[in-house]
Write a new protein. Structure first.
Lengths: 233, 430
């Protein structure tokens, strides 16, 4: 009886030692990979920050209005945000590779799913950024055109353009990451269609005079007396 | 030639059959066949009357409009012009050659000018002129006045001068002329014109510049040519042509489009030629053939109230944009004058100059999309025009000219401000 217990304990001890002997090198390898990843991520962050500084991304971002949104969200500059994001993406990638070295059952599948999902997240972020840039550019163009043409409520025109583009961008980004795909498409179609119908009705019923004046200004033979300005050239 | 492949085979064939010439006149605008035919007749009359012994050619840039060559051509198969009741005697000793450059679509003004320059380079023309068939009162004397300084007096750039109504061409008089004079140091009044002359030397110099892909060149290449001549120390002059046939109000180019094209091109010229003007001080007159300027003052009805409303609403609506473009003090002063009553409103010369210099510097530093920046100037221009016209409602042309001279001197006085802002390192606020 006593021998059996001792034998069992020895067996358990041997198994534990064997497991530790097997696990410890993997753990060390994981730590090395994570530390190496940290180093690589730091270097890449430094290089990316320098590269983005050379391309004057912050100025483009400021011009596009993206920096304003970042400031509102208490986020750093575009260059800093991208370099930090790149740092974390790189390091998380190394961490996941390190964890996969441990060979824990079930974890491999989860990690590979996460890796498959990452590109979609990056693309969604890219869509959001480009949509933001386009929305800001076009809404400003609409504002300037409306102001210079003397149209009433130029800011409303500008905000309408911005709102429509934001809706489009957000729907595209959500669809990219597969969040409630059907709902997003349906919601977008309803909101967009309703907005267009509303604008058409508002312009057609409430703004007949404005529509007539606009068409006359652009396609009429002569400008009305009230629009006369000194010849610029 | 700058590029062997630029001209079409057909055009090259036509040019080679012409040989070398002394004078070349290019028609770059795309009008009706009737207008082009009339312009060609005027050019031919000018050759007959003023350049009897010279070898001459007319280059017509055809944008493929609703016309055929037989319809457009002013001459017969021998190249001789058909009879014209207004010209009693035709005395040319030379053949007047006609060359037509065809484009499948309507070419831009830049492409048209480039074609004319390439033709001039190939034909070794000594003096060239560009005319527009849209100018309804083009006369043979105009052509002669544009060609003669380059051909006989060795000038390289011949800017036109016109008789204008005192309310006409205000963009040139309160913005383009004073600012270009202060910046580039030469008193050339008409940087943006439909007619101008130049020497073959300057034409070849411009042809060889690597700028023809630039958007600014496509719409208004003439100002770039003038600035190239000034900043490369070519000899410039002005030649008086006559009355500019535009109504002082209405039916002209859209004010926004005019500012986008002219001010956008002018700011682009400042940007690309910064090395030549940053250290330049003062300004000097250029030789002028004929009167320096002529203003007329027939009564004209203007809707000034509408301009003031557009100024006020524009400044308020564009506040976020203007605060980015203008210095804080300049912006604050503009916001102050918006609140003033229309009758006492004045957009002072000092503020106007600082506003424009802020815009030019912000264009240089690319604080936002450059086309948007130029468009944001439109309400301010309307405010300045309103103030100018209020101030000079009863002024004589001479008094307006004196006021214009004072404005020019203000631009020159504040050039240091432009230099400081231009060279200041702008940090993006993050």
């Amino acid at each position: 009886m006593r021998d059996t217990i001792v034998q069992g304990l020895e067996q358990a001890y041997n198994n534990l030692v064997h497991m530790i002997a097997e696990f410890l090198p993997r753990f060390v390898v994981m730590l090395i990979i994570i530390l190496l990843g940290l180093l690589v991520a730091f270097v890449l962050r430094y290089l990316l920050r320098g590269l983005l500084g050379l391309t004057k991304l912050d100025r483009v971002s400021e011009d596009a209005g993206a920096s304003r949104v970042l400031r509102m969200a208490d986020l750093p500059s575009m260059t800093e945000l991208l370099s930090r994001s790149f740092f974390w993406l790189t390091w998380i990638g190394f961490i996941l590779i390190g964890i996969s070295v441990l060979g824990v059952a079930g974890l491999q599948e989860q990690i590979s799913r996460l890796f498959r999902f990452l590109p979609e997240v990056v693309i969604a972020i890219l869509i959001l950024f480009l949509g933001l840039v386009a929305a800001n550019f076009l809404s400003r163009a609409a504002l300037l055109a409306a102001v210079n043409a003397g149209l009433p409520s130029p800011r409303l025109v500008s905000w309408s353009v911005r709102f429509i583009l934001w809706m489009l961008t957000i729907s595209m980004a959500l669809e990219e990451i597969g969040v409630a795909r059907q709902t997003v498409i349906a919601a977008f179609s309803i909101v967009f269609g309703a907005s267009m119908l509303g604008l058409a009705l508002a312009f057609g019923l409430g703004g007949q005079e404005l529509a007539r004046r606009s068409l006359e200004r652009h396609f009429g033979d002569a400008r009305k007396e009230e629009d006369k300005e000194p010849h610029p050239l | 030639m700058a590029e062997d492949t630029f001209l079409s085979d057909d055009l090259l064939r036509q040019l080679m059959s012409v040989g070398e010439v002394d004078l070349l006149v290019g028609i770059t605008s795309h009008s009706s066949a009737q207008a082009i035919r009339q312009a060609m007749q005027v050019i031919e009359q000018s050759f007959q009357q003023n350049f009897v012994r010279q070898r001459v050619v007319i280059v017509n840039i055809d944008g493929g409009g609703p016309k055929d060559e037989a319809e457009v051509s002013a001459g017969n198969s021998d190249g001789q012009p058909e009879g014209n009741p207004h010209v009693p005697i035709l005395t040319s000793l030379r053949t007047v050659h006609h060359v037509t450059a065809r484009f499948s679509g309507t070419p831009s003004q830049g492409t048209a000018l480039r074609t004319v320059l390439a033709a001039s380079d190939l034909l070794q023309a000594r003096a060239c002129a560009i005319v527009s068939p849209t100018t309804s009162n083009l006369t043979p004397q105009w052509i002669a006045n544009l060609l003669r300084p380059a051909y006989r007096d060795n000038f390289d750039f011949v800017a036109p001068l016109y008789t204008r109504h005192k309310y006409q061409g205000l963009l040139a008089r309160i913005l383009l002329y004073p600012m270009s004079r202060a910046v580039f140091g030469k008193r050339i009044r008409e940087l943006f014109a439909d007619e101008w002359g130049f020497s073959g030397r300057l034409g070849t110099h411009c042809l060889n510049q690597n700028v023809w892909h630039e958007a600014a060149i496509h719409s208004r290449p003439e100002a770039w040519m003038a600035v190239s001549a000034i900043s490369s120390d070519y000899r410039c002059c002005q030649a008086f042509l006559g009355p500019k046939p535009q109504p002082p109000t209405g039916s002209g180019p859209d004010i926004v489009e005019a500012i986008r094209q002219t001010v956008g091109t002018f700011f682009w010229c400042l940007e690309t030629r910064a090395g030549s003007w940053l250290e330049r001080e003062g300004s000097e007159p250029v030789p002028t053939f004929g009167p320096e300027h002529e203003l007329t003052s027939e009564p004209v009805e203007l809707n000034l109230q509408r301009m003031f409303e557009l100024f006020c609403s524009g400044v308020k609506e564009l506040e976020p944009i203007l605060s980015t473009v203008l210095e804080r003090e300049t912006h604050a002063e503009i916001m102050d004058i918006v609140a003033v009553d229309a009758k006492t409103f004045r957009f002072g010369a000092d503020l106007w100059v600082r506003t424009l210099y802020d815009f030019a510097s912000s264009y240089h530093h690319q604080v936002m999309n450059r086309d948007h920046l130029v468009q944001a100037l439109v309400p301010l221009y309307r405010g300045k025009i309103y103030s100018f016209l209020q101030e000079h409602a009863n002024s004589s042309p001479e008094e307006m000219e004196e006021a214009n001279e004072r404005l020019c001197l203000e631009f020159e006085r504040q050039k240091l401000y432009l230099r400081e802002r231009w060279t200041k390192r702008v940090e993006v606020k993050v």
